[in-house]
Design a protein. Sequence first.
Length: 455
Amino acid sequence: MDLKEYLKNPDKEKLFEKVFGEIKKIQEKFEPFITISEEQAKEHLKSKGSDFLGIPISVKDNLCTKGIKTTAGSKILENYIPPFDATAIEKIKEVGYLIGKTSMDEFGFGTFCMNCAYGIPKNPLDDGRSCGGSSGGAACLTAALDSPHIAIAESTGGSISCPASFCGVAGLTPTYGLVSRYGLVDYASSLDKIGVIAKTCFEIAYGLTKIAGHDERESTSIKTKKIDYTTCLDKDISGLKIGIPKEYFDGVDEEIKNEIWRAIKKFERAGATYEEISLPSTKFALPSYYIIAMSEASTNLAKYCGLRYGSTLKIEGTYNDYFSKVRGKYFGEEVKRRALMGTFYRKAGYRDKYYLKALKVRGHLINEFKEQFKKFDCIVTPTMPMIAPKFTDIAMLSPAQNYAMDILTVAPNLCGLPHLSVPCGKSKGMPVGLHLIGDHLQEEKILQLGSWLEK
């Protein structure tokens, strides 16, 4: 039973028992959760009236949840229990209860969800493979759970699309600013976007409808009209124009290319048209993204110093000694690496050479996409260049090789464009994700195409 079917005749108590019965088995086998919040969910359900829908909601562990531990996958926030809900959580709690906080790479730093301080989630389709990251727990749970469910996740450079692709589910990253970031444990403030992972495009559209909207508490929140995104689903796609950027097929596994082209041909047979295009600045997207993201991350991480937030030690020695001891003990290796590199990029003498140049590249990428969206409704690419890799293969990758895996997802994230990954086939028995990229605030078009392909 999916959410659409459940909403016709909701039985909150029956669903509650079913979901938590499933969750316990799923956690034992695949470890998608950092925290399971059954008692809080039960209290929330009891406190609501008869018209409360009682939809199970999981939340990535970098979104603040009142009274429920929020760690961002890091030991430095091991005992942090927020006194408030993030705006997106406030909104989604109007229709659902929180079943738990899902696993993630520490502060969102990773592509394979192997940098979490509390355990590594396993892919439900093959437990020897990665779920993808950094929202790996959200996609893992979505794929494994046989009940209506919406996962609230977050993306900085591909953290929704990548795990959605690897686990064979749908994942939408909205336009930057469409969903308030208030209450988000930040990674890179100009890149972070709160979105949705779910089994179907209806669940994606329903979840986005609930969490989108202006928030006066968040300075980058967009003032835009309220939209019911479920109304754009299952519509005729004839007449839609699709751009296929040739650069996004370089280095992609052949079987994945074939599955993407099969989907494109299905769109064509349904009356959509496509044209191959070029986005030549794509090759600069990856270095530009990592310079900007690491620079912002190193700034945002400065607050974790053992004085105001998170874990502490006995205060002794100089400030720098104490600061280094706390961060040295509670930060993981990838966090330390990105903090150091981001600080380097922002140093006097290097800021112009790296950081400001990366910002110029970002502007150029936005202009390239905008030119194409004058002619096309949507751009279609593979989501990831490969299927979910085995843990044994990931262990052999260098940090630079890890970063290179984000090659197809960083550009739309850098540009703040909405994008949706939907399953379109299989390769070697594992799912292949198709990426639908839209112009700013054109979530309806990508959901229209995604829901059509889903059928």
